[in-house]
Ligand binder design. Sequence first.
Ligand code: CP
Length: 346
Amino acid sequence: IVGNEYIDVIKYKDVLIVYDEDAPSFLRERNPRLFLPEDAPSDLKDAFYANEKTNWLEGKTGFLMFFEQSTRTRNSFESGMAQLGGHATFLDTSMMQISHGESAKDTAVILSSFGHMIACRYCNWGLGNKYIREMAKWSTVPIINLQCDLYHPMQALADLMTIEDEFGHTKNLKVSVIWAMATTHKKPISVPVSQVLLFPRYGIDVTLAYPEGYDLPDWVIEKARKNAAENGGSLTITHDMEAAYRDADVVFPKNWGSWVTNQSTTVVDDALLALKAWKCTPEMMKLAKPSCRYMHALPADRVNEVVDEVIDGPQSVVYQEAENRIHTAKAVMSLFVHDKLPGDRR
Ligand code: CP
């Protein structure tokens, strides 16, 4: 499976797998429920609540490199690895020699010689994806993208799992990825990019709604449309927020930065403040189906993106969505982390 970029970059055994949106289908071929290897004794989420041992990665170690902050991603991988019987070391890259200029190559070669997995978050526009790919070129162990400037594959997997948990299927659900106003920081486009690439592959009818200037890259839209055509889903793009809420089964109102049209790192400007109406409110939710679920990758800007009444209300499944991060993280690690190979020895 080469030439796709969804999970983005994973090196599996001696095959360099550069994924795109094909990754989830590849994982699902091995287990339709939770992307587990075929011989997995049970679904990881069920196993978690049944207090069953899932120590398939006993003795395995991994490194979690973070250039930016994280609550869900770091802890789902760190705890997930422990629950699989292994150990993951958290690495704040500002405390690594990377901050003195050590190269991605040297970092990847050394860390891969110490363990069995490297996972990395690096979201800087124009830098993050390139850095992770450079590590994958030199690593002898799987490299997992924990979010970069372009992709957030682990979030999209958990989102898909949550939709399936809630509806029992994904076919022709109206799922709306809706831009929302936020002032905390200029966020990556990686969450909506991963969602619009992944969801149509599962027959979902995706509506992407955003104000002028918050476009996703053209190549993303082209790929998303191709995925929809091949898998019975669809992609509709609109600048009308209400149209996105109308009759939706699931809404993802979330902020992303205007990186594609404006590379400035300024967070708040007059153009952004003029978009305050792009907020998830009970009035917007009333346009959707009564059964509509509110979802958000979190953290949410509870002042600007959404009001408490919605995120704390009965239609919100944000905590289920966040919890599914650990089950999907464990599934991906179970599938890809492997024994050292004879050729790995120096
Ligand atoms: N959704 C998400 O990736 O959360 P963190 O930034 O806390 O990891």
